[in-house]
Design a protein around this ligand. Structure first.
Ligand SMILES: [Zn+2]
Length: 299
């Protein structure tokens, strides 16, 4: 009962934060303020009434069109709201079903709360970056750098809080624990980001133009900070796979093949694929790694 109630609450909060993210995604690229003015139709300037501003429901009720000028409202609006809602609901459900498990009377622990809040922020950031890269091929530094810092901070906080759960065990000094965790995070950030940089330089050497941007390298560093090196590598492998599938699908469209640009020059938003890979890796990296090891016969 509490689990269902809490999960519903998290989904509703996710829809609301997704709705706010939509405002950001529309206004960040043009440099507008995200607080003022009120939400309005970009085509005719019609200011939205409160009931036209309800996440998901309004888009469905208006059938994806502006009430005043009938121009289309992008599918991005319900998609972003739904994505944040589902991810937050999933994370809350994980947290509550573990916290309220009668067989493990741990109840609600500080590290679990930090993980819950951290993951919610992480998913929000990934949805934001995925859409900015898809729509504008843009991964702003003022989102990626703080994303890296927040990942490290969440990891250190979780480690410090976990230590206090076992007060009678002989534990290492806090300073030592934090230093070790910090070095682990730093290693993951440098190797994950460095991987993209190495590919970028190799590609430039061979092809004379850039395949991946510096933004992709910083995004990989974000994934390293939050998911550790193995999680970031799983996300990268998934992103390459998604990119290959999208490229193949595009090749199947004759208009793209015969288009004005050579198809090899079409820019795919690799950052978007990395964000999708990052979410999948955050939820299933352990299962994916063990399935892969079984498949190649190592486990
Ligand atoms: Zn309008």
């Amino acid at each position: 009962m509490i689990v269902a109630y809490g999960t519903t609450l998290a989904i509703l909060a996710g829809l609301a934060f997704g709705s706010f993210l939509n405002v950001c995604l529309s206004r960040w690229p043009t440099g507008e303020s995200v607080v003022k003015p009120h939400s309005h139709c970009p085509k005719c300037g019609h200011v939205l009434a409160w009931w036209e501003n309800i996440p998901l429901a309004s888009w469905l009720a208006l059938r994806g069109r502006c009430r005043s000028c009938k121009s289309r409202i992008s599918w991005r609006y319900p998609l972003v709201e739904l994505a944040v809602g589902i991810l937050w609901g999933w994370q809350a459900w994980q947290f509550l079903s573990a916290a309220l498990n009668p067989h493990l009377p741990g109840l609600i622990t500080a590290p679990a709360v930090v993980t819950l809040l951290g993951r919610m922020a992480f998913y929000w950031l990934l949805v934001a970056l995925a859409l900015l890269d898809a729509e504008h091929l843009w991964l702003p530094n003022w989102l990626t750098w703080p994303g890296i810092a927040m990942g490290v901070l969440t990891r250190l906080t979780t480690a410090a809080a976990s230590r206090q759960l076992l007060p009678d065990m002989p534990t290492e000094p806090l300073r030592l624990l934090l230093t070790r965790e910090f070095l682990h995070a730093l290693f993951a950030i440098v190797v994950a980001g460095g991987l993209v940089l190495a590919i970028r330089w190799t590609y430039r050497l061979l092809r004379g133009h850039e395949g991946m941007g510096l933004g992709d390298a910083k995004l990989m560093a974000v994934l390293g900070a939050w998911l550790g090196l193995s999680g970031a590598l799983v996300a990268f492998a998934l992103a390459v796979l998604i990119g290959a599938l999208v490229a193949l699908a595009l090749l199947a469209v004759p208009a793209v093949r015969r288009g004005p640009k050579a198809w090899t020059m079409i820019k795919l938003p690799f950052g978007t694929f990395l964000c999708v890979g990052g979410v999948v890796s955050a939820i299933w990296s352990q299962q994916l790694i063990s399935a892969y090891l079984r498949w190649i016969g190592l486990a």
